[in-house]
Design a protein around this ligand. Structure first.
Ligand code: GTP
Ligand code: MG
Length: 194
């Protein structure tokens, strides 16, 4: 997709702050610091429309990016950050689940996993939750620039095995080199056409 126009249309902590259901939505979920906001920036060819940080817990609201008046990219807070207080984690958990659960216009959920690591317990819980509720899932393995080619393949196999995924289910991605961007756009655009 050619992306010229992208705006942060809504910043929400509760349902009444979401945009009305209109364009198809692609949501990005994953543990804190995995690279959700960075991936959104790469996808819309912008450096910093979505705020990023080396400190986990940067995104604390549900942010709706209007892309070309065609779709929304929905940036969610991360889960599984150890230093977050229990009450804070629970609040974010509810917020994320509240969004994912009943949003009629939600087309795909992109689950981001750090390519260097085996999926965490929280990653597995999120993956199983998404499957249970019959969400259409895309898996992106982020920070692929941190590994060599062979290691990328090795880690893809590790993640595939851990979550029992089919072949070619994982898209290696890098917000640094932008590797994976075209492939991810391809999958997203396909999802919009039916
Ligand atoms: P929360 O908002 O806290 O949930 O985090 P997030 O998932 O949005 O992560 P964010 O995009 O803020 O990135 C976290 C850190 O990882 C930042 O320092 C990014 O620069 C870095 N990062 C993200 N993606 C990549 C990548 O593909 N490669 C490398 N090398 N670093 C990355
Ligand atoms: Mg973020």
């Amino acid at each position: 997709m050619v992306v010229n126009n992208v705006t942060l249309e809504a910043v929400a902590v509760a349902k009444d702050q979401y945009p009305i259901e209109s364009y198809p939505e692609i949501a990005f979920v994953g543990r804190s610091n995995v690279g959700k906001s960075s991936l959104i920036n790469a996808m819309v060819y912008r450096k910093a429309i979505a705020r990023t940080s080396s400190t986990p817990g940067k995104t604390r609201t549900i942010n709706f990016y209007n892309v070309e008046d065609k779709l929304y990219f929905v940036d969610l807070p991360g889960y599984g950050y150890a230093k977050t207080s229990k009450s804070e984690s629970a609040k974010w958990g509810k917020m994320i689940e509240g969004y994912l659960h009943k949003r009629e216009t939600l087309k795909r959920v992109v689950l981001l996993l750090d390519i260097r690591h085996e999926p965490s317990d929280n990653d597995r819980i999120m993956y199983e939750w998404l499957r249970h509720y019959r969400k259409e899932i895309i898996i992106a393995a982020t920070k692929a620039d941190k590994l060599g080619k062979q290691q990328v393949q090795k880690q893809i196999a590790v993640i595939k095995k851990a979550l029992d995924l089919p072949d070619n289910a994982i898209i290696p991605f890098s917000g640094v080199t932008k590797n994976g961007r075209d492939e991810l756009w391809g999958v997203i655009e396909d999802s919009l056409s039916y």
